[in-house]
Write a protein that binds this ligand. Sequence first.
Ligand SMILES: Cc1cc2nc3c(=O)[nH]c(=O)nc-3n(C[C@H](O)[C@H](O)[C@H](O)COP(=O)(O)O)c2cc1C
Length: 150
Amino acid sequence: MKTNMRELILYSTLFGHNLELSQLIAEHCPQMTRCGLAETSAAALANCNRLVLCPCTYGDGYLTPLEEQFFHQVQGMPLPHLSYLVVGAGDLDYGHAAFARAVLIFDRALHDQGARRLGAPIRVDYEETTSGARQAVAQLKRARKEPEHG
Ligand SMILES: Cc1cc2nc3c(=O)[nH]c(=O)nc-3n(C[C@H](O)[C@H](O)[C@H](O)COP(=O)(O)O)c2cc1C
């Protein structure tokens, strides 16, 4: 691993569930720095080689304004140096198509910029953040055992 690269857990939240999810993941990943989307920008990804992104979903499957901004920044950045996992809490009551859709939106956006998935995107109900964190940590551990590309 390049020593000047960082490992980030980024979350966005309005009601705290994705904050909680990011905290639960961070407890198992002491080498990763946790940060709110409000306190950073996609520019941080230029210096990052491992990302766990915990986005929230509002407005029937759409992003918050802050996430929209981050999304557009990501679209302009080549990210071949980045490995990532997107895991987010939504609400199953919004129906399958809208459920935690921000997770799928960001998983696709990062992939389209050349970043490498560490695992399949994880969508969990807001009452299941513990389970989501457990799944994410398991995927991160599995990915660490695999050889890095390049
Ligand atoms: C106005 C409103 C719209 C929402 N729309 C969706 C939605 O489309 N899909 C979804 O999965 N959850 C939706 N939710 C639920 C939130 O995503 C859910 O509460 C989640 O925990 C929010 O993350 P946060 O607690 O980190 O802010 C909505 C909630 C509100 C209040």
